[in-house]
Write a protein that binds this ligand. Sequence first.
Ligand code: ZN
Length: 231
Amino acid sequence: MPIVHPGILEVRAPALNFFVLRDDKGLYVIDGGFIGGWRMLQSALRSEGWQDEPVRGVVITHGHLDHILNVTHLAKAYGAWIAAPRLDADHYAGRPKYSGKSRVTGWLEAVGRVVLAYHKFEPDIWLDDGDRLEISSGVQAVHLPGHTRGHMGFLWEEQGVLFTGDLFVSYRDQARLPLNIFNIDSQQNVRSIETALAIKPRGVLPNHGNLAPPEEHLRRLEKLHEWLSAH
Ligand SMILES: [Zn+2]
């Protein structure tokens, strides 16, 4: 499993990649992975020799099932706290409210929660826009709604790396918008791309993307933004 930036381990998985941040107190998992995520996380930590370091926190970008399936298990297994966007509370409780095209996502998740034995949770830390986590010398919550109501990015201030959740997807040298059926409000998501770029990160890391450094994903996102502005 690759280190995509000093202090950031990317856990690669077929459906959803997720990240581990490390500071001198321990490890912080950014999103919890989907099917097989627990096993992949453990093998990723072993591959870096990080397996004996305490996992202190689990930080959630948004309430979609592929990001939160393992959160309850991770928090219990490691004794870790959970920090998550307040506005996606209905998702963590297993009763997400979807409207419009995104109702398709709601139907898929309803089946998924049963088949995959989802366990609901209540975060220890409810996050609002601008909140700061005292990890890795400061990580700031940036509300980037549209994909879900509560969707957030997380800016590791010291390095200028923004974890962007599902703000966009990034495969084959190209950034794309998430499919409409996965967004609660696609127009709002486009405005959130502007918000993300306005804070001038040095790199971004999406959960759905091929293996590339943060600077490369940022270059793709900037190209997508240019295209959106011209159309
Ligand atoms: Zn999502």
